[in-house]
Write a protein that binds this ligand. Sequence first.
Ligand code: AMP
Ligand code: MG
Length: 492
Amino acid sequence: MPLAIAFDNSYARLPPRFYERVRPEPAPSPGLLVLNTTLAAELGLDPEALASPEGVAALSGAAVPEGADPIALAYAGHQFGHFVPALGDGRALLLGELIARDGRRLDLQLKGSGRTAFSRRGDGKAAVGPVLREYLISEAMAAFGIPTTRSLAAVATGETVLRERPLPGAVLTRVATSHVRVGTFQYFAHRSDVDGVRRLADYVIERLYPDISGSDAPYAALFESVVQRQARLIALWLSVGFIHGVMNTDNMAISGETIDYGPCAFLDAYEPNLALSSIDRQGRYAYGRQPQIAQWNLARLGECLLPLLSDDRDKAVEIVVERLSGFAGKFESAYFGRFLEKLGIAQERSGDRELVTELLSLMQVGKADFTLTFRRLANLTDPDADTEAFLSLFGGNAGLEPWLTNWRARLATGGRSPAESAAAMRAINPAVIPRNHQVEKALDAIIDGSDGAPYVRLLQAVTRPFEDRPEDADLALPPRPEDRVMATFCGT
Ligand code: AMP
Ligand code: MG
């Protein structure tokens, strides 16, 4: 019996030009790789049913579950600054939407389920490496408390896909509060389809920003809200050393969730200019450029909304420029708020921001490991603590003692005991992140050695990132020079 899911497909009720109906290409021999039982329960889905042959068939695209109305969404996008008028779901389809236990409407998407009307020259498939990579990193981001699409399952298709070499194929089941992107607005705006832009904006307001539906200027409020969520999202990315790697406008979700994990990476040593993606040779999407790029992408969104904002073009431009110029302040307040929390400071006071920027400068000069610097700093809230393990991260760089003195003096005025500060810091500064070299190692073990144990171990560790577990101590360490990953690949 095919799996039945209580789908309610609001996007499929939009006009037909928003999507193309599509059937998944049946996987010849589906096999479950990973299932997110916790997430399944949140979605009101029975993990046992999902793991059954019928469930796995549905998760691989071999069988369409009852109630599904699979569609591939139309969108456009600026890729590395160049506009492409028609991208769309080329290797993904929206199975349908379901209402989670907490009342949220969520998309269930299959990624890697075969060709669609938007596949262009692609095969519509995904290789097991990128699928398991997205699963792991998106679940780690969720565990960090960062808005993100989620991963419900990864299923092997039993098929070989041709990339640089033949690789096992897989399908990811992705969950999102919506897959509408900046590029979705661009798709309609580029076609001068103002009605399409308006319907999309109305849809997004109702689904993602219901608070503003009563506003007398809903489209300006929508733009401002998207700016706000993106500013916060990028601040959160930076707070864990995350580099998205492909911040094209089609990879920026209107919901403010992180989406489309391709060649993303995490900082080991703090280096704001780091860009690891093999397709980002110019460093357009380097770690420290992400706020600027987000603002650039938001400007593209603002352009799409112009006809909705005012009949007077100058007035509309003024609204966009005004809201867009608010990005920097919103970003900085989220960024410093978060970094101060990382330092154990709950309430910002004047002069606090220098504590952050000074530490980051010292980290950059000393090539200090980003994650461990903050994690180990939590051990130093007590003035008598041994600083050696912390200072060793900076390669003997002098100049930290004055910073530590200032920081401790500031902590002492915050109303928390050293132990309370330490606990607060350990709750926000992860001990374990999906380090690039560990991710590659775990994926290589599966692909080349058919050994899933390192992946399972890493997944468990990064989804409980704030615990110090002695048995996972090796996963918390930066790479040795010879293990360092010099480039990441999207593998599409
Ligand atoms: P992404 O790398 O996810 O940002 O994808 C950019 C665009 O390329 C999207 O429109 C994808 O649907 C499309 N695409 C990526 N890989 C494939 C593939 N293997 N087959 C078809 N389309 C693809
Ligand atoms: Mg994409």
